[in-house]
Design a protein around this ligand. Structure first.
Ligand code: F6P
Length: 506
């Protein structure tokens, strides 16, 4: 592939450094463990185990300048139409901060405040009721954000409600849940920006039919008419807007279930954390901009070193859902091979993002991280102060976290090749002082801004997801054949599969 002029400096640095062991990079520049770091409030990141040196870093930051990342951030916050294929701004920042002087973002912020006040009233109404269980029905961005945050912030739960999440089209999930619930003490929240998502409508119908009376059915949507037509009363519908993408929507009324779990004060603290990250990203100089540094490390691994996968490993089971959440945030936003101008990006875009929780995954896929033929950059996330009172366990957790990063970086030689650790495997270490609503808000907003910086550098739109439409359309087309009311199946393999299950499903 011909290298575009913007990317040439990066390729030269990558060619210079691709064989250089991390050990040597660090030995030659002893200040980097302390200097290749950024702290923003309770969040600290150490990039010194990435396989770039200072010169390569200068080239990376120059690339960000050449691609006008700082100006793009100004546009994002100001409500410029950064979602070009859908002709919309992406104003998720206006849900938590009001940092741009633009009229569009000011108005969006006002709408967000009004919606939050309505959500607070509904939280208070439910708290005062005899409801004990809340079921959040949604999928993708209407599920992952609130589910991740409810899990991560269990220590901050008011304890008032039990929370449940139903997302999948498969009805075993909902059937099993219904066996455990009392219909008179259960409230249902239907979360769907479009109110047209098959899984959510199917599960919502099952739950609403089971629940009977509608006074405990709530909806969060940008399509108020459809929610009303479904049977939800308008006073229990909280708004969303087309200027918030589903995977960026936790900060809106999509966080209703979370607000019920941790209370409005906790919810506000999470928004404040995200707002602190917004201010940092807008104001910090590039070389100290955490989200930008994070994005450029990914660029280095993907476009410099040609690594096609990225593992996220939180060493805290409260963050177990973080890899799933980031899969949607990164891969739905950046899994594109067409640029905003319709052309090809000319470089590889999103790596496969995956992960699991340490220490558990040390006993499963870490073997491949240490000795597999592929190098997988790892993003480790640790929490310095736990919320439990078992210091021995916590020391073991941190010892494992630091040991794994060290082993991946430095490796170990052995005359027996099967016992040899090649090392030179890059990682970033992110540490939260504590896992709180505030620090979680900071962390998630940092990832959102990293995604936006990456999209700007690659020239792609981080806010559409055309790639998910074809499968949805084909599934709709197959429904009549599966229900046995019509055929019209053209694909020969699908035909064979339908014939196969047809002989077995009775
Ligand atoms: O299918 C992808 C998607 O559109 C995601 O982008 C979105 O988060 C999810 O479906 C759910 O959409 P909705 O909130 O409209 O139900």
């Amino acid at each position: 592939m011909r290298i575009a002029p913007d990317w040439q400096a990066l390729s030269l640095h990558a060619a210079r450094l691709c064989e250089k062991p991390l050990r040597e990079l660090i030995a030659e520049d002893p200040a980097r463990p302390c200097e290749f770091t950024v702290r923003v409030g309770a969040l600290y990141a150490n990039f010194s185990r990435q396989r770039y040196d200072r010169e390569a870093l200068v080239a990376l930051f120059a690339l960000a300048q050449a691609k006008q990342v700082p100006g793009a951030f100004d546009d994002l916050f100001a409500g410029v139409e950064v979602n070009r294929s859908e002709h919309r701004p992406a104003l998720h920042t206006a849900l938590r901060s009001n940092l741009s002087a633009s009229e569009i973002s000011r108005r969006a912020h006002q709408e967000a405040l009004t919606a939050r006040a309505r959500m607070a009233a509904l939280v208070a109404e439910l708290e005062a009721s005899d409801i004990t269980d809340i079921v959040n029905v949604g999928i993708g961005g209407s599920d992952l954000g609130p589910r991740l945050a409810c899990e991560a912030l269990r220590d901050f739960s008011t304890g008032r409600f039990r929370l449940h999440f139903i997302n999948n089209a498969d009805a075993h999930q909902v059937a099993q849940l219904l066996r455990t619930l009392d219909r008179n003490k259960t409230a249902i929240i239907l979360v769907s920006k479009t109110f047209g998502t098959q899984e959510t409508l199917l599960n919502g119908r099952i739950l609403c039919d089971w629940r009977g009376a509608d006074e405990r059915v709530y909806a969060v949507t940008a399509n108020i008419e459809k929610a009303a037509a479904f049977g939800v009363s308008p006073e229990r519908i909280l708004p969303m807007w087309d200027w918030v993408g589903g995977r960026y929507s936790l900060w809106s009324s999509v966080g209703f279930a979370l607000a019920l779990a941790i209370g409005m004060d906790g919810f506000q603290a999470m928004l404040d954390g995200a707002a602190a990250m917004d201010a940092h990203v807008l104001e910090a100089q590039s070389e100290k901009n955490l989200a930008l540094w994070h994005a450029l490390s990914l660029i280095w691994n993907r476009n410099g070193l040609g690594l096609d996968s990225h593992a996220v490993i939180p060493y805290d089971p409260r963050l177990e859902l973080l890899p799933d959440y980031l899969q949607q945030l990164f891969m739905e936003s950046l899994g594109k091979s067409a640029c905003n101008n319709g052309g090809a990006p000319g470089v590889a875009t999103v790596p496969v993002l995956w992960g699991g929780v340490g220490t558990s995954c040390q006993h499963s896929f870490f073997q491949a991280l240490h000795q597999g033929t592929d190098t997988v950059p790892v993003e480790f996330i640790g929490v310095v102060r736990p919320a439990h009172g078992y210091p021995d366990s916590h020391c073991a957790q941190l010892a494992n976290l630091f040991a794994q990063a060290e082993a991946l970086a430095n490796g170990e030689d052995n005359f027996d090749t099967q016992r040899r650790y090649p090392g030179n495997r890059p990682s970033t270490m992110i540490l939260l002082d504590e896992l709180t609503p505030h620090s979680l808000g900071m962390l998630l907003a940092m990832y959102e801004h990293s995604v936006f910086a990456l999209a700007t550098i690659w020239g792609i739109n981080a806010f559409d997801q055309w790639g998910v439409q074809l499968g949805k359309r084909l599934a709709d087309g197959l429904l009549p054949a599966l229900a046995g009311v019509a055929d019209g199946v053209n694909d020969p393999v699908t035909r064979a599969l339908l014939d196969e299950i047809g002989t077995r499903s009775s």
